[in-house]
Design a protein around this ligand. Structure first.
Ligand SMILES: [Zn+2]
Length: 258
């Protein structure tokens, strides 16, 4: 597990290193992403402790053969998920917030916290986290799954979308489901959440009980949607995703009800 006590890492310049490039994350030669302990290069950002050893992330151009983040999320044990997700999001933040969004001056990073401040106007920047809802809509023992044109062939998943300014998560569930598939939902219940570093989403998982069954897909975000039962499921999302957890948890529950 990643321990996030970065206040105690002020001045620390040594430990594990994760190298993040444009195409992915560098292999350490042993099937992992933690480069051997050593002195950190300039530009490395401490993100916490891994098994009590300081760990930092470095953004660099990288090499084409570095494997993409999705590979590592699936290949490494579940407890590495937070480490990978943090590393990717901190790199993205450092890349995208080099200049003040208010006055254009180069930002300076504050040691001991994930914060950058503008020396000219004091504007502060924190890592961007974008809240999203992700929801499995159900009707008795049936699941509503849909596919985006971006998905691999044959894959269907739960519905998801960004929460808009001023909106609650529950309101976003109702709006997204209606916009994407034209279904009105009744009861909405919270399941659990997951950080999703593609590039900085925070997924809040919900179950939503359908109050209507006819589907009207928008044809843009969603190219196909249907009701499925446990014995005729389509291709599903990868096991490390919260959409997979929503589906598997529902199927376990509906199996015990039979
Ligand atoms: Zn400024």
């Amino acid at each position: 597990m990643l321990t996030r006590d970065i206040r105690t890492l002020t001045g620390c310049r040594e430990g594990y290193l994760i190298r993040v490039g444009e195409h992915g994350i560098a292999d350490n030669g042993q099937g992992g992403i933690l480069q051997p302990r050593g002195r950190w290069p300039d530009g490395a950002i401490a993100i916490g402790y891994w098994n009590e050893v300081p760990v930092a992330v470095l953004s660099e151009p990288g090499e084409e053969q570095w494997l993409p983040a999705r590979h590592w999320l699936g290949a490494l044990p579940e407890q590495s998920f937070g480490l990978i997700s943090t590393a990717l999001q901190i790199v993205r933040w450092a890349q995208d917030h080099r200049f003040c969004g208010r006055c254009g001056t180069r930002m300076r990073r504050r040691p001991g916290e994930f914060m950058m401040a503008c020396p000219a106007c004091s504007f502060r920047s924190y890592p961007r986290i974008s809240p999203c809802i992700i929801t499995l809509v159900t009707w008795r023992d049936q699941l509503l799954l849909a596919r985006s044109p971006r998905f691999p062939t044959g894959r269907f998943s739960t519905l998801a979308g960004f929460i808009e300014p001023g909106e609650s998560a529950e309101e976003a569930v109702r709006r997204e489901v209606f916009e994407e598939v034209g279904v009105q939902v009744g009861r909405v219940s919270y399941f659990k959440s997951q950080s999703w570093p593609m590039p900085h989403s925070f997924m809040m998982g919900f179950y939503a009980e359908a109050a209507s069954r006819d589907l009207h897909i928008d044809g843009v975000e969603i190219e196909a949607a249907d009701w499925f039962t446990a014995d005729q499921l389509p291709g599903l999302p990868p096991s490390y995703s919260i959409s997979s957890a929503l589906i598997e948890n529902f199927l376990r529950g509906s199996a015990t009800r039979e």
